[in-house]
Design a protein around this ligand. Structure first.
Ligand SMILES: C[S@@+](CC[C@H](N)C(=O)[O-])C[C@H]1O[C@@H](n2cnc3c(N)ncnc32)[C@H](O)[C@@H]1O
Length: 288
């Protein structure tokens, strides 16, 4: 279910349970992850009201087995949210399907965002057969496994510091039969790269905006003499178009510290993450 149709469903259920007038005023959002629904509650709706909607959701949508309320933003090193169980089975583990690949995960223990769906396939479509890739912040393996399923003969070193993300990544690699292509590694990307991945990569993925600047030197360290870099970052800006220009201007200054030459080959706004705050991706071709 797309986020748009999910939010329409939530609005319809809110009308049924709370009445049209109250429903008009709420701006809660819903994400469906496998057979789990996650509601991000807006402050103007009470927990009791959201619980009623969640119960209606489980009754109406038969494939939704469990509903949780996300009560915090994504936070901490592992990029997790806090949750409260609302309705249905009290289970937080599920299988999420994206681009024909299966991902086992526990929403309370690992990062997951269906909003990155388009990015996962977009990056996979830019990879060429035979490439060696370093995915510095691999989570449960979405980018890495989708690349391995899309392109032949790749080798993707996939690092994550969260032991649960690593555990699920190992399982997901087997579930999708990409053991020969995706290499899960548990650890801090800076340490792993310095110890065993210097100068190996044709392409480096940095899907963690919080470390886009401080870990850039390790991204470049892991690269061969030249290669592609995909950096995800947050930027405050007056508008979407401006956010891309500002992000590139700021990031290019950082790149100049570590590489001889660089070219911005693509950029896009991945999503809005707050008032005048955007997540953007910058794709560079760099020469060391
Ligand atoms: C935004 S999530 C990754 C999302 C994932 N690439 C995806 O598409 O679903 C960032 C991940 O980086 C991991 N992480 C945080 N700090 C790290 C570090 N220093 N080294 C390696 N992984 C790190 C977190 O545990 C988390 O799983």
């Amino acid at each position: 279910m797309s986020s748009n149709s999910g939010n329409k469903l939530l609005r319809r259920l809110a009308c049924k349970v709370l009445g049209v007038e109250k429903a008009k005023k709420i701006w809660s959002r819903i994400e469906i992850i496998g057979d789990i629904a996650v509601i991000r509650k807006s402050p103007n709706i009470s927990m009791a009201e959201i619980r009623k909607i969640a119960e209606e959701l489980v009754n109406e949508i038969t494939y939704v087995k469990s509903v949780w309320c996300a009560i915090s933003e994504v936070k901490g090193t592992f990029r997790l949210r806090e949750y409260v169980h609302l309705a249905g089975q009290r289970k937080s583990e599920t299988i999420y399907v994206e681009h024909g690949c299966k991902f086992k995960l526990d929403i309370t223990k690992v990062y997951i965002s269906p909003a990155l769906n388009y990015e996962h396939k977009r990056i996979a479509n830019t990879v060429k057969p035979g490439e060696t890739i370093v995915n510095m912040f691999a989570g449960i393996g979405l980018f890495s496994i989708i690349i391995a399923k899309t392109v032949k003969h790749v080798k993707i070193y996939s690092i994550d510091i969260n032991p649960y993300a690593y555990k699920y990544m190992v399982e997901n690699v087997m579930l999708n039969k990409v053991e020969n292509y995706v290499i899960p590694i548990l650890g801090d990307a800076a340490e792993v790269i310095t110890e065993k991945l210097v100068g190996v990569a044709d392409r480096v993925l940095m899907p963690l905006p919080e470390l886009a600047i401080s870990y850039l030197k390790y991204a470049i360290l892991s690269m061969k003499n030249k290669g592609f870099l995909h950096a995800y970052l947050f930027i405050r800006s007056i508008g979407k178009r401006e956010s891309l220009e500002e992000a590139h201007k700021m990031y290019a200054k950082e790149l100049e510290k570590y590489v001889k030459d660089y070219e911005l080959i693509f950029s896009r706004v991945v999503r809005s993450v707050g008032p005048r705050k955007y997540q953007v991706v910058l794709d560079y071709y760099v020469k060391k």
